[in-house]
Write a protein that binds this ligand. Sequence first.
Ligand code: SF4
Ligand code: SF4
Length: 215
Amino acid sequence: MTQEKKNYLRTLEFKSIRYINHDICKRCEGECCKKQSCMLLPCDIEPFTAKQIIHLLENGDLSINALLKENIAIPFLGIREREKGVFSILEPHSSCSKLTEGGCELSDDERPIIALDLIPSYSYPNCYSTITMEDIMVAWTSENVKNVMREVVKYFLKEGETFDEIILKRIQAFEHDIVSGVNKLVTFADKYSIYMFAKEYGYKFRDDVYELIFK
Ligand code: SF4
Ligand code: SF4
């Protein structure tokens, strides 16, 4: 466990807070984990080196996703979702690969900070996290983290391929699916977030795509 994660857990202990509540989560049978997996913070990975991350990606534990900062795509990591590969960018979410019939297969302390921080509620979907998107953005855009991720992404790209090309291909596949009606099973939330990401990224969709998503 990284020092940062230890410090985080110590802070919770100091405040006598332990958000995990097995009783509540057992009753709801992991609704959040069925919808998507945990995003990670760099301090969830020990050691945060390209070698270790490549190992976890090849092992099927994690996937590379992307967030946008000032219209630039920044890679970040999440726990692998079912039927996903190394790159899981702008794809509809699926259930977490660590979710079993008995709940999360990771021990309480092994879980990503975002899972440790999630405050369960009897009235799902009112469970919430104190970690914001801004916190996640700050963590994945520090220079040191970006340098390590650059190396990781490069390892998995085909020769001459770029990270932006992967994103562009995925947006085009999404547009194609929307127009051809293939993606009927994708939730509106998935469609909306992929659409908004692509728009902010500067992609010009066909005129009818907006109507097909929002009809
Ligand atoms: S955090 Fe909330 S949604 Fe997730 S398993 Fe627990 S009660 Fe269910
Ligand atoms: S890692 Fe565990 S807590 Fe996080 S989404 Fe997967 S099953 Fe749920």
